[in-house]
Ligand binder design. Sequence first.
Ligand code: C2E
Ligand code: CA
Ligand code: CA
Length: 635
Amino acid sequence: MDITRASFYVAAMLVCAVCLLHSILMRRIDKNSNKIFVAMLVVVIVSALTDGTAYMIRPLVSHELASSVYAACNYIYFVSHPLLPGLFFFYMMEVSGWMRMESRLRNILLFTPLLFCELIAITNPLTLWMYSYNDAGEFVRSWGVYTLYVMSAFYLASGIVILLRYWSSITARRRRSLALYVGIVIAGTVIQLLIPEVKSEVFGEALSLMGLMLTVENEDDRIDVETGVYDRRMFNIDIANMIGTGRHFNIVCVHVANTDVVIRISGLGAHTDLMGSIADWLKTIAPWYRIYRATPDTFAIVSLSSTSHEAQAITKAVHERFAQPWTCLDNEFMLKATVMRAAVPENLATAEDVMFMADSPAPKTGEGDVLAGPDLDYLKRRLAVEKAVARGLEEGNFEMYYQPLCRADGSVCGAEALMRLTDPEIGNVPPYEFIEVAERTGTIDEIGIFALDEACHFLQSGEPDRIGVEKIHVNLSMVQCMQPDIVAQVRGVVEEHGVNPGRINLEITESVAADNQEVLEAMMAALIADGFSFSMDDYGTGFSNMQSMLNLEFGVVKIDKSIVWGAEKDETGRAILENTMRMMRQTRHETVAEGVETAEQIELLRRLGIDYLQGYYFSRPLPREDFVVWASTRK
Ligand code: C2E
Ligand code: CA
Ligand code: CA
C-alpha cells in the first residue's frame, strides 16, 4: 500500500484538525454559526479519512477484509460528504441573520435537497441508486451521484446569494476573500473531475474552511477589547440586519449613569475595569454574542425571543445586581443603572430609533428607572424634533419672536429675540426642546447665527428706532460660546448689516459663564472692544461659583423668573431676591427681572431698585410685525 497516494487526504485532515483545535482554543464554539462551522470541519475530516482509506485500499479489494473496509468507507463517505454543501448554506444563513425560526416551512423546503440526497445515500445498500460494485468488486457510479452535484451547486449558489444580499456587515475585503475560498472548493472539485488521480476535492474544502475561519469566524475587529462583547459598529449592523430581515426581538439597554464618579475617584483605568466587570456579569445572564457595548457607558442586550419575558427577566436581574456594589481596583462603588427595554419593531421601528435609545440618556422616571413600551415615546419625540430641526433650517420654519424689555417705569427700551420653530409635521416645538437637540446635533451654530442675523435685519430696517427699542438681546448657546471663531462669526453678521454693535446685547446663561470663565474672558473682551454688551442670563438657576461669574464683564444680570416668583411665596424667597438685588447693585450690575407677570411683582421689584422688567405682564414674545404694532401703541 502506497501511503503517498493519500497525501492530499492527510493534508486535508491536518488542516481541519488545526482549525478545530483553534476554534476550541479561541472559544469560538458558542454561537450557532460556530457550531455549524465545527460540524463542517468534522464532516471534512470524516470525508478525508473514509475517502482516503477507500482510495488506498482499492487495489486490495480482492481480499475479503479489505473489500468490506472499502465498502464501509465508501458508505460513510457518501453519507457524510453530501452534508457539507448543506451545512455551508445554513452557515451562511446563520451569519447573515437570514435564518428565521418563524418561517419553518421555508426552512424545511430548503432542507429538502439535502434530505433527498441523504436518503439516496443511506438507502444505497438496498437501492443501489448512488453506486454499486461490479463482479470484479470495482466501484460503479449510478445516477444518484449526479444529484449530489446538483445539490452542491444549489446550496453553494444560494449561500453566495444570501451572503451578498443580506450580510451587510461584510466588508469588501472579506467579500473578496470569501469569493476566493468558494473558488478554491470549485477548483478542487473540477481538478479532481478532470484528473481523477489528483485527490484535490476534499483538500480544497479543508483549505476553504480554513479561509472561513480566518475571515468569517474571526471577529477580532468586531469585538470591544475592553469588555469582550460586540462593539457599537456591530450593534448598528446587527440591528439593521435583524430589522431588515423582519425579525421581532426585544432589546434591553443598560446605561451606567454615574461612571464619572468612578473616574474621578480611581481614574480612567477604573472605568475600563468596571465596564469589563459589568460585561462579565452580563455574560452570565445572556450569551456574550447578544451583548453589545453601544456607548462607553451603555450595554445593549438583544433577546431574540418573540415574547418579552426574557427581556423582563434580564431587566430584573440587572436591577437586582445594581442594588449591590461593584468592586473595581479595590474600591467599592454603588452604580446607578438606567434600564430601557423595548420591543422591536413594535416600540422602535428602525435601527435609527434603537441607536437613539442607546445614545439618549433617558429622562428620569420614578419607578426604578425602567423605561419600557410607551415610555419610549420620548425617543420618538426627540427623533421627530431632530428631523424638524434639520428640516427647519432648509425650509425656513424658524422664526424670531420679540419680547419687550421695559424700564422700571414700564417704557419700552429693548427686546429679547426668542426663536420659534413651527414644523409642518409636528407643529410648534418649544425652544427648550429644539435648542437641546440643535446643540447635540451641531445645528445650533446656524440657528444661533440665524437669530443674530434676524435681529440685525430688524435693526437695519429702522423700525426699532421708531418704537424706542435701543438694544436687541440675542441668546448665545453654550456650544456657540465654545466655538473658536465665534468672535469672527458675530462680527461678520453685524458688519454685513452695517449695524452698530452697541445695539446688540448677547445673553449667556449663568451656568455656562461659571464653568468656562477662561474661554469666555477673551471672547467677551474682543466683542466688548467692538461695542457689544453682555447679559448674564437665568441668574439664580444654578449653584454656580459666584466669583468666577461676576469677574466676567457682564453689564447686565437677568434674574431668573424662579427668583422673582419665589419672592412672593415666603420670607426665604423674599430674602433671596432682596440679597440678589443688593449684591448686584454693590457689584455695579444692571438688573433685569424675568418672568414679570403681575402688578404686585412690579411694585416689589421697583422698591428693590430694579432697572428693567421683562415678562408676560407687558407682553408675550410676539412675531416681529406684531411686536412693532404692540410697541407703537404703547409709545
Ligand atoms: P430665556 O433666554 O431665559 O428666555 C426667556 C424665556 O422666558 C422665554 O421662553 C420667554 O418666553 C419666557 N418668559 C418671558 N416672560 C415670561 C413670563 O412672564 N412668564 C413665563 N412663564 N415665561 C416668560 P422661550 O421663548 O420659551 O425660550 C426658552 C429658552 O430657549 C430661552 O430662555 C433661551 O434659553 C432659549 N432660546 C430661545 N431662543 C433662543 C435663541 O435664539 N438662541 C439660543 N441660544 N437660545 C434660545
Ligand atoms: Ca435669554
Ligand atoms: Ca432667562
